[in-house]
Design a protein around this ligand. Structure first.
Ligand code: NDP
Length: 257
């Protein structure tokens, strides 16, 4: 896997700290020879990312700030990437957000604002960043997002985020059709539960992880590296015939009734 992405410029959105799925992805992409461009929202995430890169001896091609809640911020970020890097070949979208108090109890209690916020940050953001990235993918490209089984089934406490992930997965398919004619592919990895900052915001994380160890065919939880390697597959030529796909990296849990 040492040169699968040699010479390829890949944008990674969503490293908050060393537990982030996007950080596991970063390591896989770096090992495959990619040139990495990062976007952060919070200053705290930027500080963590720069420390992590230094510690792991990874040199970022560029780091830009991007809040997906703002079209202006997205335009500015991708404008800077265009100016300083030019062509990009891949985009990793590992971003989601919902109010913590709506990730427990009953879905029926979701507020209008909470519903719209989860949809905006967790699903619409893929539409807007794919549109922005498309302009820079003049040699074709691959977009990969991160989803979860709660889009397909009712998973306790996942609530408003499950509905946002359903919207994200449908967006993967509609976007795949739109950009396929330009040689751009859009796919999603559906990972099993991984202990990250965002995962801690959903009530009952431990129960979700325990059930994987008990019931999933592989009887073990997945980690950021496994998601990283599958994301690398989607970004590389190895997956050139695949688009609009939702691939489960969950030790096979989704096949169990
Ligand atoms: P993290 O908390 O590590 O990452 C979430 C990221 O989302 C952060 O980097 C955060 O940036 C970013 N983000 C939130 N709001 C915005 C915004 N408005 N603009 C730009 N960035 C924003 O958690 P994970 O690594 O777990 O999450 C990554 C993805 O993986 C999410 O889509 C999540 O739903 C998905 N996923 C997670 C699973 C899990 O069990 N952990 C399982 C399956 C899917 P900042 O910190 O700067 O605010």
């Amino acid at each position: 896997m040492s040169n699968l992405l040699q010479g390829k410029n890949i944008v990674v959105m969503g490293v908050a700290n060393e537990r982030s799925i996007a950080w596991g992805i970063t390591k896989s992409l770096h090992n495959a020879g990619a040139n990495l461009i990062f976007t952060n929202r919070q200053e705290r995430s930027y500080q963590k990312l720069t420390k992590l890169l230094e510690k792991n001896d990874i040199k970022a091609t560029l780091i830009v700030s991007c809040d997906v809640a703002s079209d202006e911020s997205i335009d500015k970020a991708f404008g800077e990437i265009k100016e300083k890097v030019g062509v990009i070949h891949g985009l990793v979208h590992a971003i989601a957000f919902a109010n913590r108090d709506e990730l427990k109890g009953e879905y029926a209690d979701t507020s209008r604002e909470g519903f719209l916020l989860a949809q905006e940050i967790s699903a619409y953001s893929l539409v807007s960043v794919t549109r922005a990235a498309k302009e820079l993918m003049t040699e074709g490209g691959s977009v990969v997002t991160q989803t979860y089984l709660g889009a397909e089934r009712v998973i306790k406490n996942y609530n408003v985020m499950g509905v946002a992930k359903a919207s994200l997965e449908a967006s993967v398919k509609y976007l795949a059709e739109d950009v396929g004619k330009y040689g751009i592919r859009v796919n999603a990895v559906s990972a099993g539960p991984i202990r990250t900052l965002s995962a801690k915001g959903v009530s009952g994380f431990n129960e979700k992880a325990e059930i994987i160890e008990e019931k999933a065919p592989l009887r073990q939880n997945v980690d950021q590296e496994q998601v990283g390697d599958t994301t690398l597959f989607f970004l590389s030529e190895l997956s050139r015939g695949i688009t609009g796909e939702i691939l489960h990296v969950d030790s096979g849990y989704h096949i169990i009734g």
